[in-house]
Write a protein that binds this ligand. Structure first.
Ligand code: ARG
Length: 462
C-alpha cells in the first residue's frame, strides 16, 4: 500500500479502481506552482504562530524551492499512487526533507482550503491573460473602424436591409460587448481576489492561531474568507469565470458568423488574408473562413463548460464534497480555449480586407431610406402614423415599377402625398441619412469618432 495522506485509519491501501477514478494529477498538475506558493505562505504563518523554529522554516523554504525547481525541470512528476497535486507535492517534500520536517507543513491546512485557494489563483492569472487578449481584439476592431471611418454599408435587422450605417459603427458594435467583457473580468478579479480561502481548514477554520490574512496577502489576495464553510464550499466565482469566458466566446461568435456570411460570393463584403484562411484538399479554388468557424464552434464548447460546472454545483450540500474536483477541467479548458482562439481571431480581424465599394453600393438598396422619408415628413409637421403610410406607399409604387425611391419624379411624389415636396430628396441619399442620425449613439460620423474616444477611455480604466 502507498502512503496516502489519510492512511492512518485504513488497514490496507486503496484499490486500483478507486485510484484510477480518484486521481486528478493529469489535470491539476498545472496548479503545482500555486500549491508551492501556498506552501511557502503556510510555512511562514506556522512559524509566526510559533509552530516552526526559524531553522525549520529556512529548511522548509529551501526544500520547497528545490522541489519547485524539480517540478519546473520535469524531474519531479506525479506518481500513479498520488491522488492529486497536493498529495504528490507533499510526497516530494517529505522525500527531500524527511517525514519529520516534511510532515509539519500539513498542520492547520486541508486540501479543501488549499484547492479552493489555488483554483482562484489560477483563474485570476488566466483572467489577466485573457483580458490582454480581448484588449488586443478590441484594438484590432477599433483600428479597422478608424481606417474605414467614412465607409457605408447596409444595416440589417432580421438579416433584411433596414437602414444604412457606417461600417465603422457596425464594427464598433462588436467592440462594445468585448469592452464590457473586459470590465466583467476586472470585476471577477476584484471579487475573487478579496476572499482567500486559506485558513478555512477542512471546513471549520483553524485552531492553531494561524493568520489567514497574512497568507492571503502573501498569495496576492486583498482579504480572506469571512466564513470557513463558504471558503471551502463556494465555487460561484469559478462559475463566474466560466460565464465570462463563455460570454466572450459568444460575443466573438456573433462577429465570426458575420465574417462567414460576408466572405460568401453572394455578399462579397470581405476578403480574408491568406495567412488567416484555409484551402480545400480537393477544390483548388476554395478559401475558407476556418478561424471564424472555429470561433463559432468553440463558443458551444465554452457554454458546455459553464453548463457542466453549474450542473455539478446545483444542490450540492455544504461544505466540501468530492464532486468539487470536477470544477477544474471545465474552467481550465475554457481558459485554454480562449488563449488559442483569441490571437487567431484578432489576426483575422486585423488583416480583413473590406470591399467598401460593394458595401456602399448595397447600402441604399432594399428601400433602406424609407424611414428617412417618413422622418423628413415628421419634421415637416406630418404625424408619424401618416408619414409611415406615405413612405410605405412610395415603396409600393417603386416595387410596382421596379425602380428605387430616388427615381420617383416630383409628380410621382405629389401623387402619393401633397406633403412630399422635392425637398425630400435631401434625405434620399445614404450620406444624408447617416449624417442625420447624429444623436448620441447614432451612426453619424461625428458620433462614431466620439465612440472611438470613449472606447479608448473605457479600456484605459480596466
Ligand atoms: N483534489 C481535490 C479537488 O480537486 C482536493 C482534495 C480534497 N479531497 C478530499 N478528499 N477532501 O477538489
Amino acid at each position: 500500500a502507498r502512503a496516502a495522506l489519510w492512511g492512518g485509519r485504513f488497514a490496507g491501501g486503496p484499490s486500483r479502481e478507486l485510484e484510477a477514478l480518484s486521481r486528478s494529477t493529469h489535470f491539476d498538475w498545472q496548479l503545482a506552482p500555486y500549491d508551492l506558493a501556498g506552501s511557502r505562505a503556510h510555512a511562514r504563518v506556522l512559524s509566526r504562530a510559533g509552530l516552526l523554529t526559524d531553522a525549520d522554516l529556512e529548511r522548509l523554504l529551501a526544500g520547497i524551492d528545490a522541489l519547485e525547481a524539480d517540478v519546473a525541470a520535469g524531474v519531479f512528476v506525479a506518481d500513479p499512487g498520488d491522488e492529486d497535486v497536493h498529495s504528490a507535492l507533499e510526497r516530494g517534500l517529505v522525500e527531500r526533507l524527511g517525514p519529520e520536517l516534511g510532515g509539519r507543513l500539513r498542520a492547520g491546512r486541508s486540501r479543501n482550503d488549499q484547492i479552493a485557494t489555488l483554483g482562484r489563483m489560477y483563474l485570476r492569472d488566466h483572467a489577466s491573460t485573457i483580458a490582454g487578449l480581448v484588449g488586443d481584439l478590441v484594438d484590432a476592431i477599433v483600428e479597422q473602424a478608424r481606417t474605414h471611418l467614412g465607409a457605408t454599408m447596409p444595416g440589417r435587422t432580421h438579416l433584411q436591409h433596414a437602414q444604412p450605417v457606417l461600417l465603422s459603427h457596425h464594427l464598433l458594435a462588436h467592440a462594445w460587448p468585448l469592452v464590457r467583457d473586459l470590465e466583467r473580468l476586472r470585476d471577477f478579479d476584484a471579487r475573487t481576489g478579496s476572499e482567500s480561502p486559506y485558513g478555512s481548514g477542512a471546513l471549520a477554520g483553524s485552531s492553531l492561531g494561524l493568520d489567514p490574512l497574512a497568507v492571503a496577502a502573501d498569495l496576492g489576495f486583498t482579504g480572506s474568507a469571512p466564513n470557513s464553510i463558504d471558503g471551502t464550499a463556494a465555487r460561484d466565482t469559478t462559475a463566474e469565470f466560466a460565464f465570462v469566458t463563455a460570454m466572450i466566446g459568444i460575443d466573438v461568435s456573433r462577429f465570426a458568423e458575420e465574417v462567414i456570411v460576408w466572405a460568401t460570393k453572394e455578399f462579397d463584403f470581405v476578403r480574408l488574408h491568406d495567412g488567416y484562411s484555409t484551402g480545400s484538399s480537393i477544390m483548388p479554388q476554395k478559401k475558407n473562413p476556418d478561424i471564424a468557424e472555429l470561433a463559432r464552434g468553440k463558443a458551444g464548447r465554452l457554454v458546455g463548460n459553464l453548463t457542466g460546472l453549474m450542473t455539478t454545483l446545483k444542490a450540492l450540500p455544504l461544505a466540501y464534497n468530492r464532486d468539487l474536483q470536477e470544477d477544474k477541467e471545465p474552467v481550465f479548458d475554457s481558459a485554454e480555449t480562449l488563449e488559442v482562439l483569441l490571437p487567431a481571431f484578432t489576426g483575422m480581424v486585423a488583416t480583413l480586407g473590406f470591399n467598401t465599394e460593394r458595401m456602399a453600393e448595397l447600402a441604399p438598396q432594399g428601400f433602406s431610406l424609407a424611414t428617412d422619408v417618413a422622418e423628413w415628413l415628421v419634421r415637416e409637421g406630418v404625424p408619424f402614423r401618416d408619414a409611415h403610410e406615405i413612405s410605405g406607399a412610395c415603396v409600393r409604387l417603386c416595387e410596382e415599377r421596379g425602380i428605387e425611391l430616388w427615381d420617383l419624379t416630383d409628380e410621382d411624389l405629389t401623387s402619393v402625398s401633397e406633403h412630399l415636396t422635392p425637398g425630400v430628396r435631401e434625405v434620399l441619399s445614404v450620406e444624408g441619412s447617416i449624417a442625420s442620425r447624429d444623436g448620441r449613439g447614432g451612426t453619424a460620423q461625428v458620433r462614431v469618432a466620439e465612440q472611438i474616444e470613449e472606447i479608448d477611455a473605457r479600456l484605459a480604466a480596466v
